[in-house]
Design a protein around this ligand. Sequence first.
Ligand code: SAM
Length: 412
Amino acid sequence: MPRTLSKDTKTKQACDTFPEPSPEVKAHSDRLKQLIQAEINAHGGKITFADYMNMALYAPGLGYYSAGLKKFGKQGDFITAPEMSPLFSQCLALQCIHIMQQTDQHTLLEVGAGSGVMAIELILELEKQAQLPEQYLILELSAELRDRQQQAIKARIPHLYERFQWLDCLPEKPFCGIIIANELLDAMPVHILKFEQASVFERYVSLDKDGQFIWQDAAPENPHLQKAAEEIKKLHQSLAHLDDKPGASYITEVNLQAIDWVKSIADILQSGAILLIDYGYTAREYYHPQRSMGTLMCHYQHHRHDDPFYLPGLQDITAHIDFSSIARAANDSGLKVCGFTTQAHFLMAGGLVELTKDLDPDDVLHFTEVARQIKMLTLPEEMGELFKVILLAKGKTLSLPAFQFQDFQHRL
Ligand SMILES: C[S@@+](CC[C@H](N)C(=O)[O-])C[C@H]1O[C@@H](n2cnc3c(N)ncnc32)[C@H](O)[C@@H]1O
């Protein structure tokens, strides 16, 4: 989906109606389940949800992103913007050219490149504009996806393959260049907090007597999580006064890994920029009292539901991004926030109109298909409003056309 295209969000019970996996695929999920059960037992009966999510998505050879299942596109579980339309990557390419001109940095680093389609369309547009980067680096956590990216790039753009290099970890300090990532942060493991009356709990994952995964609430031990809980309470009066309402609870997520990731990037980046696209909100919206069940979502074969314990390894698990925490981590670590806007505003101001101006309306099929893609990328009820773009920079303050329609930095 644009992690949106699925049918309506389903509850845990609705999972019973989802298509059954084949016995072989189910056995794969069972192996991962056993691995997580062993981890829980080895840690005295509970692990944090972040640890559970990390294993469910990234356990070598078994996790959702590490195993060989088809994840992206029509036969997968969701469709991301670059999978939906080349226009998305082409607009990004046009903004990268502006960054190259303003920073004089010509190396690109994409983190979490999925199927590799964004890298292909982006570098093709740069080639068309006579702005090929010296190097296009890719950092991908999943060995299986890295392999898939290499095959796709070799097959579609063999003449540019030599410019690509895959990294095993972030580049050495000092790195100069442009870092881009689409839907990376939402795929990072989150901690879950539960506010209940005057107490705050972390939601851990434990096992019932039959070995099934269950929630176990206990005091958060991680001091960063404790601090995040205090800050969340300060955002909305009603969260600080849940104790006035017996039985009321509020569940939400904190993405400590995304904050650490931004700090690591700030540390290695000497000069250049970071463009991050993801779905999410500012902190005041994210932690709004009405969002009392959090934003955790699972995607299984284009069905969206809320049970992260369903078929581990066979479904995606994701949470929205609190962009205020990203901006704060950036500011605290020496980066400047140079823009924050919705995907629709970013694309409309960033070249979508010019890229489509030569479309032939008499080629009805093609014209209709491109119109459909533009709607999916920009309509508020599709990806246009929920998805945001944030621009961070080290060195010069940058000014990109894509943020000139609307820049919502003041809301962060
Ligand atoms: C939701 S997918 C998005 C893929 C692609 N960017 C797209 O838009 O289609 C998340 C991607 O990030 C990768 N990933 C997650 N955490 C990562 C990390 N810390 N470093 C590098 N890649 C990571 C996953 O393996 C996967 O390729």
